[in-house]
Each structure stands twice: as C-alpha cells, then as structure tokens.
Write a protein that binds this ligand. Sequence first.
Ligand code: NAI
Ligand code: MG
Length: 523
Amino acid sequence: MPEQNPPAVTHDDARPGPASMFAAARGAPALPRYRNFVGGRWCDPLSGEWLETFDPATGRPWALIPRGGAADADRAVAAARAAFESAAWRSLKPTARGELLRRIATVLERKIEAIAAVESRDNGKRLVEVIPQLRYLPKYFHYYAGLADKIEGAVIPIDVPDVFNYTRHEPLGVVVAITPWNSPLMLAAWKIAPALAAGNTVVLKPSEHASASTLEFARLIEDAGLAPGVLNVVTGFGAEVGARLVAHPDVAKITFTGSEASGQRIAAAAAADLKRVTLELGGKSPQIVFDDANLDDAVHGVISGIFLSLGQSCIAGSRLLLQEAIHDRFLERLIAAMRDIRIGDPSDPKTQVGPVATREQHAKVLSFIEQARRDGARCVLGGHAVRPAACGAGWFVEPTIFVDVRPEMELAREEVFGPVLAVMRFGDEDDAVRMANDTRYGLAAGIWTQDMSRSLRMADRLAAGTVYVNTYRSVSTLSPVGGYKHSGYGRENGIEGIKEFLQVKSVWLGTGPVANPFPKDAG
Ligand code: NAI
Ligand code: MG
C-alpha cells in the first residue's frame, strides 16, 4: 500500500503491500505505480501507459494508475470468460459461493482503515465519512452471501398434459461493473457482491479519478481465495478501456453508476449486441419542507442531504422546496447552522467540509455558481472557491445556497454534483408535487411533515425511486436503490439487486407418450 502522507513516494519505499501490486519505477523519485489485477495476477497495462491520480486536498498527483486500453479490456474479459466457463466455477455450489463472499467480507473488515485512508486521499472525501461507509461494506458481502443459496426456481403448475415444468435462475456470464469517483468502493460492492453471488464473473473498472481504493480491494481478493479471473480490475479512461469493455462481444451485462451522458452512451453501445444494462445516473432530488415539519430535524436532514460529501452524491438533495409560511424562518436556521463550517484537510477529524474530488468538478461547480448569479438567483451563503491554510492548491468550494431560484434556471434543472443548494418556495401540496416532479431526473425525494396522511399521499405522488419521509440519505444493503426517468433503470441492493444478474430458464419434461402430430390414419 502506498505511504499515506508524503505526496510522492518512490516505489522502493517500505510498504506493507506485496511488491507485485506495484510496477517497478523507472527513474526516481517516482510516484507509486499501481497495476491492473487480471486473471489473478498483477500486471502492467498492455498499453504501457500510466495516468496520474490526484490528491484533491493538495491538487497534486500522488500515485499512478494504469491507463488501460482496448488490449487491457480484452485481456480482462478473456480472463473473466475463462473463469466463468471453468469447471471449478461452474460446479461451485451457491452455498460455496456464499462462503467465498463471506471470506471477502472477513478480509475486508481487517483492512477498512487502511483502504479508507487511500480512498480519502484519492477522492478527497473526509476520512470521518469514508471510514463508516467502508465499515458497512462487509454487510453487502454478507447479505448477498446469504442470498446466494436462496435463489429458488419454481415448479410451475403447468396447464399442459403430460409435462413437468420448472424454472432455474442462471447467471448471465461476464459482468462489467463501471463505477464513479464519489464512493468508489461502496458502489463497487453494490455491484460485485450480487453479481458474484448470482454466479457471474466480473471485470470492474473504477473511475480514472479515484481507482486506488478499488485496486487495494482487489488485493484482498487474493487473500479471500477467489479463483483467478472471477474478479478482475482494470483502470483507465472511460472512452478508452471503458468503451472497449462495453463493446466487447463476450460481455453479457454492464452495471454502471455515473453521469447521465455516459449512461446514455453506454446504453447505446450496449444496444448493438443487446447486452443487459443497469444504470444509476444521479439526479436533482427535491427536499420538500411543509410548514408543519419539525424544523430542526428538517434543517439537519437538508444539510446532510446536500453538504455531506459536498453534494457529490447521486441522491444529493439539491433542490429545497419550502412552503411559504416557513420559507424565511427555515432559511435563517439553515444559514445559521452552516455558518463557520470548518473547511480543510479531509484527513483531519475536525474538518467538516473537504475538497471537491476532481479539478474538472471544481471548475464545473464554480461555473454553475456563476451561471446562477447571471440568471438572477440570490446567493445567501458561500459562493466562492476557497484555499484553506495548509492545503496548498486543493479544490475547495464553500457550501453555497441560492434563493429565488426559478424552475427554468440551470440550477433548478441540472445536476451540479457539488455543495450548491437551490431554494424555491411553494404554496400547497399540489404545488409541491408539481415542482418536485418538474425534472427529468427521479432518483430520490425528501418530505418533511408531521402529517402522516400527507406523507403517504406525497410518497405515492413523487416520481422517484427512493422517497424519504422525515429522514434523508440512508442506504442499506437490504433496500433497493435506483432511478425513475433519466436517473436510470434497474435496481441495486436488496433482493431486487440480485435479480439484475440472473436470467430465468423454463425447463419442460415430458411425462407421457408423445403423439404423432401427423397420424397416418388421419382422414
Ligand atoms: P462519468 O460518467 O464520465 O464516469 C463514471 C465512470 O464511467 C468512470 O469510471 C468512467 O471512466 C466511466 N465511463 C465514462 N464514459 C464511459 C464510456 N463511454 N464507456 C465506458 N465507461 C465510461 O462521470 P465523471 O466524468 O467522472 O463525472 C461527471 C459528472 O457525472 C459529475 O459532475 C456528476 O454530475 C455525474 N456523476 C454522477 C455520479 C452518480 O453517482 N450518479 C457519480 C459521479 C459523477
Ligand atoms: Mg484522485
């Protein structure tokens, strides 16, 4: 594992990790070079090229990851396909697959802190957020380990004479899992755990902005005893190694989390040979506060919805709809709660807001802020890039709130994926539903009210895959997550999550004589 603190360490520095995980550095001082994990081996990219991965707190590169190309994609798919077709994998009973997943959970549990430090360094998420997220990670593996041998077919009470009919749920084959930079390992677990439990093999491609924690995780796979090729990790750009994985004819399914534009590209490419696709594409999720809400709870829920992880969350509650009567009062409390927030180093436990994960994302957030100003929205909190002392040229932005946002403004319509909240006001319940649903997205929605009947009516009427009432932002391995409309299709987590990686076969067995359809004595 690369050292945590100095931004540049040479390959030969003492590291606890196996040397095979890193490529030999040519020339010194060099950044540690990660390698791809394919067919159970650590290998240099066939492309021969590496990319710098940056530490968002300093804006400086801290490690190199393989810049995989088409040949790397092909090699990984070949390894996954060979593993899928191997007698060893095919004959492994679902219960034994479950045991493998439990072993992954066990080896992962021992390494959480170390992997969290790598992830925090690579994507800038605060360590105090990453650690609890990763501590929960083994639960995904345990959950799907338990489910692996409970995927039951049915005996169909068939309405045809002299046959017996039953169904089997079978794996699809090679699954390509593509993840983004905001929560790389958690989102990888959402994909890998059910895919493997269902009996598929996997090629995982993490984001070029934050691949390191996924490669660290791959190291555990060796310890967990997965057969070579069952899980492979290749890194690089979406348009290069990613696009080839999506286009590869031996891939049965793509499961993707990321931007709407990439999701559309992937679905279009996958359509060429009818690959299955699951897409989770973010949103513009509304938080709706009624005048009878517990305002303290609602303030806290709104803050965690948009300012934890700096709004770099697919379910970020980025539109705040306030009922007229409490509009001003609520804003006052919200702004007061956000004053004097400590912005700084994500590894410092006192830091409340860290950096944005990528240089591009930093520029994008700032351009949304500028456009909102030009469109006539009023900035009542933050609104600027900042440079906290001791963080060099890191990618920091103040938590930002705009009021007087109108539905046609860019800030009301487009996903910022940053710490920018768009506030609007509404009159009654119908108004709230209309405004909340006035978006092409539909990932999540929050309702804050003490009126139980109203919360149920609203939950029915909101077009979103997840509705939260008087709470926000929870996810669990047990409950399905996914989008309505442009937020994507397919579901992750829960029992729904494993169905995405299975196909159903109907088997017919004759139990009686088979009649000649053209009898000789037919008149
Ligand atoms: P992206 O969608 O470009 O990247 C996500 C993943 O897809 C990465 O691993 C990338 O390499 C891969 N990828 C991209 N194009 C591909 C292609 N044609 N074929 C195969 N793989 C491909 O997201 P990016 O550029 O990192 O972030 C841009 C915006 O996406 C953000 O500003 C945010 O709005 C949104 N986003 C949404 C996320 C979510 O959780 N729904 C997560 C991250 C970003
Ligand atoms: Mg990085």
